[in-house]
Ligand binder design. Structure first.
Ligand code: FES
Length: 240
């Protein structure tokens, strides 16, 4: 194979104290980064650990660091990210490494709980469906953040998370922004109280790495700015 037909791929192997290992992978048209990782595991080293499920950009499980940037790998074409014929693959930043390209997501999801990033309703199964008008102002605010697939790309991209490990991070805060704009949710006060701190929305420096890297094109930074405004208004009204 000529150089143009081969990718030189460095892959992080091991845990925190691992090292990069070099592999040579045949290059193809329309090849995704996930295709490259799968080739290595199926043909070169079956002990390589990585995650994926849907392969179509829905489940959010395939994210890793590609040539220095967090990416979802099933929808990232090699053509767009390869540095010539080189690819460097490592686990997502800001999360503990379990093995190779697999990180421990517990901190990420624990922060969703801490942020009260879950729907709270007093409704029962017997109630009729709540109707939310698609053109209502609140629904439009929620629309911007509702497509999150929990891939943790924004969390890995966020420098504030690196500096301050207790910071809730863009994904959890984005989720809370959708909930306080959800007319069916009955505990806006609890959601707001959970994020009204320096570890919550007030800790965001507005650097917008989340916006830059979100594979779904969402803007968590805008939601966090909305949370800051809502928290300030609630504080002025004595509601916090
Ligand atoms: S494998 Fe599901 S989003 Fe990539």
């Amino acid at each position: 194979m000529t150089k143009a037909q081969v990718l030189d791929v460095s892959v992080w192997r091991g845990g925190v104290s691992g090292e990069f290992v070099a592999y040579r992978v045949p290059r193809h048209d329309n090849q995704t980064v996930l295709d490259v990782v799968t080739y290595i595991q199926r043909h070169l080293d079956p002990t390589l650990s990585y995650r994926f499920a849907c392969r179509v950009g829905v489940c959010g499980s395939c994210a890793m660091t590609v040539n220095g940037s967090p990416k979802w790998t099933c929808r990232t074409h090699v053509e767009r990210v390869a540095n010539g014929h080189r690819l460097s693959l490592s686990p997502l930043r800001n999360l503990p490494v379990i093995k190779d390209l697999v990180v421990d997501m517990r901190t990420f999801f624990t922060k969703w709980r801490r942020a009260r990033g879950y729907f709270i309703s007093a409704g029962t199964r017997e109630d009729a469906f709540a109707r939310v008008r698609p053109d209502s102002a609140q629904r439009r605010q929620a629309d911007k953040g509702i497509e999150c697939i929990n891939c943790a790309v924004c969390y890995a991209a966020c420098d504030v998370v690196s500096w301050k490990p207790d910071y809730l991070g863009p994904a959890a805060l984005n989720r809370v922004w959708t909930l306080i704009n959800d007319a069916r949710d009955e505990h806006r006060d609890l959601h707001l109280a959970a994020v009204a701190s320096d570890d919550g929305c007030l800790g965001c420096h507005g650097q917008q790495a989340c916006l830059q890297h979100c594979p779904m094109g969402l803007n968590p930074a805008a939601g966090i700015a909305g949370l800051k405004r809502t928290v300030a208004l609630a504080a002025l009204r004595g509601e916090l």
